[in-house]
Design a protein around this ligand. Structure first.
Ligand code: COA
Length: 170
């Protein structure tokens, strides 16, 4: 695996757990809403496919790739309810590691600041583990995700990736 390996991270309201195949069952329910895919494409996966996907994500890319996949489940601490996921793809950067980050919060749990809280914790953790440059690719109409990125200190650049605006912290 290239770069740091995901470890548990705690915030005021959330516990971020490194994602594994065992999370698939509870996450199919959290993620079972077509609206979550308005700006990111795809569709909710049935349990078997989500479990296989989580297995692949947890295994990471083939060792010869200079790339690390870090994924966390965000769990609300007060009742252990899973609320979403945060993802970071780590690659070599100019003066350290670069990480591209993404976030999804289940529809029922949106609007409470969970994406911001989880993503801020993950980006802080990444910075403490050698990441010196952060980016996120966000659909131009995804105002909620743009608001999260802005609160993390990212700014939109003129770069586009697959029709999405690339946001960077520098
Ligand atoms: C993007 C997403 C993760 C945000 O989750 P969340 O937990 O509701 O986010 P937060 O509560 O931390 O912050 C949301 C911010 O967006 C704002 N917001 C929400 N809906 C909005 C809208 N339609 N237009 C403008 N701003 C909006 C909120 O006001 C808040 O900003 P504020 O704190 O400055 O008021 C969630 O909407 C989601 O999972 N969407 C589907 C998946 C997705 O698009 N992921 C992003 C991939 S780049």
């Amino acid at each position: 695996m290239f770069g740091p390996i995901a470890a548990p991270v705690q915030t005021q309201r959330l516990l971020l757990e490194p994602l594994g195949a065992h999370h698939a069952e509870e996450m199919t329910q959290v993620l079972d809403d077509l609206r979550l895919h308005d700006f990111i494409g795809g569709a909710p996966l049935p349990l078997g496919e989500l479990r296989a996907r989580y297995q692949r994500l947890a295994a990471g890319p083939a060792p010869f790739h200079q790339e690390g996949w870090l994924n966390w489940i965000a769990r609300r601490r007060r009742d252990a309810q899973a609320v979403g996921t945060v993802q970071a793809t780590v690659t070599p950067g100019v003066d350290g590691l670069s990480a591209s980050v993404a976030w999804v919060i289940g529809t029922h749990y949106q609007g409470f600041g969970f994406a911001t809280e989880a993503a801020a914790a993950v980006t802080g953790w990444l910075r403490g583990h050698g990441v010196t440059a952060l980016s996120a690719s966000i659909h131009p109409a995804n105002a909620a995700s743009a608001a999260v990125a802005r609160k993390l200190g990212l700014r939109p650049t003129g770069d586009l990736a697959d029709g999405e605006i690339v946001w960077r912290d520098r």
